[in-house]
Design a protein around this ligand. Structure first.
Ligand code: SF4
Length: 482
């Protein structure tokens, strides 16, 4: 069986994972967050290649034979050379390196990563690439990881000089080189046999979230003990003791107040509403605003003055409720042209939201952080923005303290709460954007000039509806408690 670097890494994480990837790929479930990360990785790869204008791309993404042929042909030419995605083979392992440079007779291999720090598995990963390259006859004298420099501030005009920090890991991979043949043998042996008998454990999320969780750990219980928030170790102990369903767990095994509440509501099969929320809300003045933001955080900054992964607010939605019960949606903001959205976001928000009345949000830490960062970026708007941050009222702690429904499955996210108080507004009824993980890829597709106009309009509508759903969910929640 021909292996790749990714397959060897999968085997190192868990032999069963590799076996399933090869024999039963149909059982894999990729999350939106993983797909989002892959899209980020492609942007980072393109930015890294742009640092080497002399570089030549070995394409043939799905045709390894042609990629090998083209790589060999390029390497056979005399002189210095820089290749992107060259295909290299040694024994049964075929890899695509990110960047391979030859200066004189020495090679430098660079693996590009979208993380802001070097991680252990990346060293292993680059160790395999180097082993294969050396086995293919290349004199690799230096191996580096190019990862994102999170202090980089984009000056604009396509200048990404300084976006990457290069870590020389030539020495760090040395001890791995002699272990790799044994890794290959073990992977080949496991692949030739039946499915390895391995139970779920810490390896399922380290270093990657395994895509076969749904197969290896199907929800055999209606209310798995794993729904207990911050209850990882406790849940593992309970599972080891034979408790799968939370309703079977003796109450004296739980001590946290939220665990006890979840247990009670789940066991009784009824929502639990604790008194006191209505009084807290009644004390708030009018009008009341319900506000939600969306942000994007590209690894490769798009707008001058921004950093990698900086949260850039590009959309808000707000509803206003007055003392008489009239609810009105303020004209929403969504930047659609691909410009830096921050200034317009802040100006429109300050102008729209008035200067009095509480602003309800869900998880104020996030909104407050975004508003204060905008205040830093735009000093002329800072007084208004800081005043706005001072009016935030967080509905999340109110929900945590006063409400739990068994269908929330241990979570107080709006997506979990809303269907239990307003089933007609369930996020699952939305089309292109149903969760926060989908906002970023949809936004980037929407502002991409290459996207067809009709598609862009569709995505714009999906983003507007999604953000509006969040604010409506908060309105419903406040109504529910009042
Ligand atoms: S879910 Fe865990 S046990 Fe199952 S294949 Fe993945 S890593 Fe292995």
């Amino acid at each position: 069986m021909r292996l790749s670097k990714s397959r060897l890494i999968a085997h190192k994480q868990c032999p069963k994972r590799l076996w399933l990837q090869i024999r039963r790929p149909d059982l894999a479930q990729q999350s939106e967050a993983v797909q989002n990360r892959l899209a980020q990785g492609n942007m980072v790869g393109a930015a890294a290649q742009a640092q080497y204008p002399e570089g030549r791309l070995i394409a043939h993404v799905n045709d390894l034979t042609s990629a090998l042929h083209e790589t060999n042909e390029a390497l056979a030419r005399p002189g210095d050379i820089t290749l992107f995605e060259p295909a290299l083979r040694c024994a049964d392992i075929l890899v695509r390196a990110d960047i391979l440079e030859r200066r004189g007779s020495a090679y430098r291999l660079i693996e590009v990563k979208s993380s802001t720090k070097v991680k252990d598995y990346q060293v292993t990963d680059a160790g395999i690439q180097t082993w294969v390259a050396r086995g293919a006859g290349l004199n690799v004298e230096c191996t580096e990881l190019a990862h994102i420099n999170n202090r980089f501030v984009y000056p604009g005009a396509g200048n990404y000089h300084g976006l990457f920090t290069h870590a020389d890991i030539t020495d760090a991979i040395l001890p791995l080189q002699e272990q790799i043949p044994a890794w290959i043998d073990a992977a080949q042996r496991d692949l030739a046999g039946p499915m390895p008998d391995i139970a779920v454990g810490p390896q399922c999320s380290d270093p990657f979230q395994c895509e076969f969780m749904g197969f290896c750990a199907p929800d055999v219980a209606e209310y798995p003990v794993a729904i207990l928030p911050y209850g990882g170790k406790l849940a593992r102990r309970l599972i080891d003791e034979g408790y799968a369903d939370l309703r079977d767990v003796p109450v004296d095994r739980l001590s946290r107040e939220d665990h006890l509440r979840i247990w009670r509501a789940t066991t009784n099969g009824e929502a639990e509403v604790m008194p006191g929320a209505a009084e807290k809300l009644a004390a708030l003045p009018w009008p009341r605003y319900f506000l939600d933001f969306e942000t994007v955080g590209p690894a490769v900054p798009l707008w001058p003055g921004t950093r990698p992964y900086q949260k850039i607010p590009m959309q808000w939605s707000c509803h206003r409720l007055d003392a008489g019960g009239t609810l009105a949606q303020l004209p929403p903001f969504l930047e659609t042209r691909g410009d830096d959205p921050r200034r317009a976001f802040a100006e429109r928000l300050v102008a729209a939201i008035g200067d009095a009345g509480p602003i309800m949000v869900y998880n104020a830490t996030f909104e407050r952080g975004v508003i204060l960062e905008l205040a830093e970026a735009f000093p002329d708007l800072a007084p208004a923005l800081r005043a706005l941050a001072g009016r935030l009222f967080d509905l999340l702690p109110l929900a945590r303290q006063h409400y739990y429904h068994p269908a929330m499955m241990g979570s107080w996210s709006l997506k979990r709460v809303l269907p239990t108080i307003a089933p007609d507004l369930d996020y699952a009824n939305l089309d292109d954007v149903q969760s926060g993980d989908m906002v970023e890829p949809v936004y980037f597709e929407m502002i991409d000039p290459a996207s067809p106009a009709e598609r862009r309009e569709l995505l714009k509508a999906a983003l507007l509806t999604y953000c509006e759903r969040d604010t409506l969910a908060m309105v419903k929640l406040a109504e529910f408690f009042s």
